[in-house]
Write a protein that binds this ligand. Sequence first.
Ligand SMILES: [Cu+2]
Length: 482
Amino acid sequence: MLIAAPDVPRPDKIGMMKSMAKMKMGAPALKSKPKKDERFAMKKKYGMQMEVEMEMGKMKGMNHGNMKMKEGENQMPKEDHQNHSNMSMDAMSNMEMPKDTSPSKDMKMDEDPQKMRDTQQDHKSMDMSNSTMDMEMGTDKMAGMKMSNDFTYDFLKSPHKTTFPEGTPVREILLNLTGNMNRYIWSLNGVPLSETDKIKIKEGEVTRVTLNNLTMMHHPMHLHGHFFRVLNKNGDYSPLKHTVNVPPMQEVTIEFYGNEYGDWIFHCHVLYHMMGGMARVFSYDTPADKRMAKYPISKLIHETDIYYTWGTLDLASHMSALNFVSSNIRNQFNLSAEIGYNENLEAEFSYQRYIYDYASVFAGVNVENSIPDSLGSYEVTGVAGLRFLTPYLFDLDLRVDTKLRPRIGIGRSIMVFPRFSIFGYYEYQADFGAVTDFENGTNYESETVWSVGAEYMFSKNFSLVGSYDNRFGAGGGISIRF
Ligand SMILES: [Cu+2]
């Protein structure tokens, strides 16, 4: 079959960014309590942000006559009470979202997604025209974010039955596919490989894995040593595969028969995702292959939690700055130094530990010149606090130093055009005189630091930067990334 490439309009990147900013933060790629079982809660909470996604698509019209529940849904056993109510996103994949501008009937969908799922339970077909989908029919078209697939696994049908002997015990496993683009951590159920145990499976048992993608990326999930059935509309004739793609926000169920021994890795075949932690080890309750003795699983697990190091060096007419970061999944070391040629300096080293994706605690040492515009004397303080990545992607730093001075810092960088970004930073430190002895009977002092600037990216490693900093003044120069 040949499908002609469609005329794709230029994507509206600014519009996309605006829409993205409005989205809820996704499922965590890193949980505060990795051992706590939150799979089902996670699936429910982040499973289908219908309203937001729909709005994001800002689709002009939808042909909803073609929606149907994945038939495999009916084969799902009902013993798992929390797992029963999902409206499969496969239904969505059959929605057509034409990108032409012809006006079509608006579709409303502001019903609570959970409620929608519940009402769809055990139904084979759904009629979306009765539900109220509140779709903002905006003017922007986002052809790049088409939610439907022209090809689905329903195209694949095995020439013979692939079912397992009746009565074979079935073990059900739910794996939510989770990720964090910001820190580039990829995981399953919010737990990267390095923070979990092997998944125990048994010989002679069927392992049925529901893969529920909670990210906005495709993940081709690959199992070593086995062929698995990809449950699709062909039922008993569902195809056998060793890799299955799980599209964004969609769900795929696979099952395989335990006819092996030892340990088998199951991972996303985007190898960067695998190295970021999106993998699991299925382990039979039998000894591992002796030939694998030289390649212990611990080594492989370690490889998914190594330290990555990067930095930037700014050389400008008014100041120079060095930023250096070394980080693995949970831990991060930061070194920063800024020197203004007007004899102002600030340097800091901190150790940071991530509680989950967007929050961390840190402690470190800060050095500053104690008299403005003079490098004669320095003030060294210990600092400790919290760092957050907030909605709308602000970096927030809340801290107190050893002179008991609280400080708030907030910064943001926005890419306005593909190579051009602007950035700003604001910091306020209060001193109530708990440790400092003020002169002249004052009992409160504050210090404000702020800067704004713009950056043009020449290449992966070089940028042109211009900025103003209230300590160092205005200037321009280059920024080198390494
Ligand atoms: Cu992946």
